[in-house]
Design a protein around this ligand. Sequence first.
Ligand SMILES: C[S@@+](CC[C@H](N)C(=O)[O-])C[C@H]1O[C@@H](n2cnc3c(N)ncnc32)[C@H](O)[C@@H]1O
Length: 222
Amino acid sequence: MGDIARDESSFYSNAEGYWRDVPPTVEGMLGGYGSISSIDINGSKAFLHKFLSEAEGKTGSGCALDCGAGIGRISKRLLLPLFRTVDLVDVTQEFLDKAKSYLGEDAKRVGNFFCSGLQDFVPESGRYDVIWIQWVIGHLTDDHLVEFLRRCQNALRPGGLVIIKDNVSYEGVVPDEVDSSVCRDLEILHGLASRAGLRVVHEEQQMNFPKEIFQVHTIALR
Ligand SMILES: C[S@@+](CC[C@H](N)C(=O)[O-])C[C@H]1O[C@@H](n2cnc3c(N)ncnc32)[C@H](O)[C@@H]1O
C-alpha cells in the first residue's frame, strides 16, 4: 500500500475521526452523492437476485451481514427486504444508534448491531448466507483486508457469498488523505481476494453513476 498506510494506527484513527464528524444521513454515507443511492440499490438487487433465485447452489435467505453498514442504508433497502435477519457492523457508534430509528419497524429483524472495526471483527462461524461489504474496504490495510475476508469465508453457510461493492481505480493504489482510505485497482483487489482463499464467482460494473466518480464494481466471492 502507499505511504498513507505505513503508520497503521493513524490510518485507522484518522478514518474514525473523519467518520465521527459526518452527519448520520444517506447524504453523509455517500459523501454528498445521496442522489445515487437508488441507482446503487437497484443495481445491487439485480446482482443479488441472480444468486437467490438460482435453483442449484442457491444462496439462502436466512441471515446477512452488512459490513461498514453506517446508518443501515443498504440494510434498509437491500438486505432486510431479502433476508430474515440482518446483522450490522460499523466502527462508528453514532451511525449504529441512528440505524435503530432509520430502519423503522424492520429494526426488529436486526440480530446484532456490532460496533467494531472490520480489522478486529470476527463474524460468527457458519452464520451468514451473504456478507455484504460496500464502500469500506479502502479503510483496511491489505493484510487486514485479507485476514478479514478469510474470517468472512469461515462465517458463510453452505451456498453463501461474500460480496464486495466498491470504488476501483484505473491503476494502482490511490490514497485519500481526507477520509484516510485507499482505492485499489481491480487486479490488486483480485490478488487480495485470492490471498484470502476466495474465488470470484461473478463480477459486474455498476452502470449509470456520475462520470466524475471512481468506477464501482460488485464482486461475488466464495
Ligand atoms: C462510505 S460509508 C458507507 C456506508 C454504507 N456501506 C453505505 O454504502 O451506505 C463508510 C462506512 O464505513 C465505516 N468505517 C470506516 N472505517 C471502518 C472500519 N475500519 N471498520 C468498520 N467500519 C468502518 C464508517 O463509519 C462508515 O459508516
